[in-house]
Design a protein around this ligand. Sequence first.
Ligand code: GCO
Length: 230
Amino acid sequence: MAEGLAAAGATVVLNGSDQGRLSAAAAEMKAAGYTVHEARFDVTDEAAIVATFERFDAEGIEIDILVNNAGIQLRKPMVELATDEWRKVIEANLTSAFVVGREAAKRMIPRGYGKVINIGSLTSELARATVAPYTVAKGGIKMLTRAMAAEWAAHGIQANAIGPGYMLTDMNQALVENPTFDAWVKSRTPAKRWGKPDELIGTAVFLASSASDYVNGQIIYVDGGMLAVL
Ligand code: GCO
């Protein structure tokens, strides 16, 4: 999505918690000719988030478009799930979007402009066994997006979400390699295939552009039709 937004003309500030991976991603984008800055912080570290936005203020970096994409997955039955494991997923997948969104909106509101794009999931709508904290967090992302619209739309900010289906990402590699799960995704998805991460770019660019200036509080599913069909 970062590359797609850069290709559409955005100057990108990449965030990651791991400096090595962040610098490698930034270098790859710079090699492609894109303008990229790095902002290393863990999205569960509120002090680091606040300090980063204060650094942006000092350096004149204005965040016009925020994509809240950070997330972790933990697949385990609830009866085996420790409360701290639950909290970790909720913090990384939901609270982070609130904290980063709040800091971005504090600066967007005075400017009367902003785009917030939260990343939901099929589990924003439907539950699957063994991914309860992820499901609850992603359900929360859908409603947080609506809450952001409720409070920020009058200030020229559009808050929306993208709900990816089963995508070929690192987080899902264990599922892709599981023949039974792989077959289920391919049979359950009307498109009969997993989604590719770059298939999210068009929706991200739409929600980041003036084409979506009257779209607020929505979640757009990019899921091969899975949610539309029994
Ligand atoms: C899982 C997967 C899903 C997908 C995605 C679906 O274990 O079921 O990780 O959660 O990642 O969120 O939209």
